[in-house]
Design a protein around this ligand. Structure first.
Ligand code: XIL
Length: 568
């Protein structure tokens, strides 16, 4: 059989996160191995192929073939590759461990190794476990070849910092992770990691995230403690990825586990996925392998096994089903989302009719979907499974994809001082956040949609005003904006305007280069949704040449500085 109707990777795409598996090229000889890997996962990580010993077996020889095979599999299957690992005490080659090298020699060998391996996969490996398992369970630094026996000549976490700096130089675009086991809960080890990350971030060391391995048993410890640990780590502004999840359980001599243990295991898989989905900075869940046919557990922990989400015949287990249900039922998170003016990206409040973009909601269509007006000429308030609520009114949706939804603030919020905003996808609703309501919050649309620079402004013949087509003094030009507040007469939510006359925006002032301009028209714009408005103004006879600052005031509020119009 095949997996669920929606494979894990589709569910993860709708959450904007990665779902990965550790993989080894030798297993591609089984056709189900590659088929399952590509069908279910949007990320893979070489289980061994990028470790120091396997990839750098002689002082001057590298064996890239197994790693290349995995990278070359990932590409056509649209999978991200996570690199593992550059600095670790295990699986080191004997030429290195037995070479009697000095700290100075080891230092240059490590830098060279990082440069060579990361350099080869730059642009193909998006994230690296730069350093793996550097702490003991009691929070002290592990004694290793790289740290102190003899080490690379740097004390305490300075050798880790050095590795991150070398890694950043080798591939400035790669995300750089510290990875460890037994640091899931708040404990001595995770305290030490937290302190290190805090120190690194405060001093600007290149550092992007913490990998929590999560080699678990059915006795995982408190989920609340794991949540507290994820909260404090993500609170430092770094990502967390779950990198090596498996849940080992007792098995008999034929490798079979009890139904009760399999059910407990399934619950843990569910809980870990749900835990990650609570944090917008938890960006991946990866299992250490995916089929019980190929897992490091039986060889490492005799009597234990059946640790993964597919059985030895590549059939999905209860653990798999419970992961899918966690993806389908975990509420989207708004806690760290922002609601910004679609033109200026200002984000302190919202105004009635303002086109806004919600950034950071953690559930939505994987691919961008742009709405069209329905038969009655209105933009839909539910689109591609997505809704954005202002109190009990759903907003007309302009476009949506996971992490970024544009909508029009309902005019109904006009008489309020604040509104409760919540977000919904596939009928699963988020927490709500309270946003103040302002009467107006004008923002001028800009040509490159950055909120700065040249405004989206048309000349009298509807051509875009730019450096090559500047506006002339005395011309009437049209700028486009949102956040003008209620209109006169009132507008209908989501109506795309076709038939003039359009409702007006009152008390509008425009200054170009600090000079007040006569406003000829301010109101709805043909073909655009109510809430976007057009202002026709005359360029002052005394305007200076070049990019002139343009400022739009509606009622009590003005647009942000930094938007310009070319005048010649
Ligand atoms: C394991 C592999 O799964 C085995 O095949 C290999 O023999 C030993 O290493 N933490 C890690 C992984 O960071 O690299 C380890 O992988 C498992 C524990």
């Amino acid at each position: 059989m095949v997996g669920s109707a929606q494979p894990l990777r589709q569910l993860a795409d709708q959450r904007g996160i990665r779902i990965g598996a550790a993989a080894a090229p030798t297993y591609f000889s089984e056709s189900q191995y590659g088929a399952t890997l590509a069908r279910e996962f949007n990320q893979l990580e070489p289980e061994n192929a990028m470790k120091f010993g396997p990839i750098h077996p002689g002082p001057t020889s590298y064996n890239f073939d197994p790693a290349d095979t995995l990278v070359n599999f990932a590409k056509p299957n649209n999978m991200s590759v996570r690199g593992h690992t550059l600095v670790w005490h295990n699986q080191l080659p004997s030429w290195l461990t037995g070479g009697g090298f000095t700290p100075a020699q080891l230092s240059s060998q490590l830098q060279d190794h990082i440069r060579t391996v990361m350099g080869r996969y730059a642009g193909q490996v998006y994230a690296w476990d730069v350093v793996n398992e550097a702490f003991n369970d009691n929070g002290t630094l592990r004694s290793t070849l790289w740290s102190d026996s003899p080490g690379i000549g740097l004390t305490a976490t300075a050798y880790i910092e050095q590795a991150f700096r070398w890694a950043h130089d080798a591939d400035p675009k790669a995300l750089l992770f510290y990875n460890d086991y037994g640091a899931e809960l708040t404990n001595a080890k995770s305290d030490a990691i937290y302190a290190m990350v805090q120190d690194f971030k405060s001093r600007g060391v290149p550092f992007d995230g913490v990998g929590l391995q999560m080699h678990l048993t059915t006795n995982t410890g408190s989920l609340a403690s794991m949540e507290a640990n994820l909260r404090r780590l993500t609170g430092l502004g770094v990502q967390v990825q779950i990198t090596e999840l498996d849940v080992r359980i007792p098995v008999d001599s034929s490798g079979n586990a009890t139904a009760a243990d399999l059910a407990t295991q399934a619950q843990i898989y569910h809980d870990i996925v749900a835990l990650c989905l609570k944090f917008s900075r938890c960006t991946a869940v990866q299992t250490w392998g995916f089929t019980d046919e190929h897992s490091w557990i039986p060889g490492t922990y005799p009597g234990l096994g059946a640790a993964l989400e597919f059985d030895t015949n590549y059939q999905p287990k209860a653990a798999y089903t419970s992961m899918t249900s966690a993806f389908q039922s975990a509420p989207p998170v708004l806690a760290s989302a922002t609601l910004a003016n679609a033109a200026s990206y200002a984000s302190q409040a919202v105004a009635p009719g303002e086109v806004v973009v919600l950034f950071g909601a953690t559930y939505g269509p994987a691919a961008l979907a742009v709405s069209q007006p329905d038969e009655s000429g209105h933009l839909p308030t539910e689109f591609s499974g997505t809704r954005l609520w202002f109190d009990n009114t759903p907003a007309p949706i302009v476009y949506t994809r996971v992490g970024q939804t544009a909508a029009v603030v309902p005019f109904e919020v006009a008489n309020q001082t604040a509104t409760q905003v919540s977000y919904e996808h596939q009928s699963v609703r988020s927490d709500s956040v309270t946003i103040p309501v302002a009467p107006t919050l004008p923002g001028i649309f800009t040509l490159d949609a950055s909120g700065r620079g040249a405004g989206a402004i048309l000349d009298p013949s509807y051509r875009v005003v730019s450096q090559t087509n500047p506006a002339h003094r005395g011309d009437f030009i049209s700028l486009f904006a949102t956040g003008g507040g209620v209109t006169n007469p009132p507008s209908f939510d989501g109506l795309v305007l076709v038939q003039p006359p359009f409702a007006a925006i009152d008390s509008v002032h425009v200054a170009i280069g600090g000079i007040d301009c006569p406003v000829q028209y301010a109101g709805g714009a043909s073909g655009l949704v109510a809430g976007v408005f057009q202002v026709n103004v005359q360029v002052p006879a005394t305007a200076l040449s070049g990019p002139q600052p343009i400022l739009l005031t509606v009622g009590p509020a003005s647009s942000a500085p930094g938007v310009t119009v070319w005048v010649q």
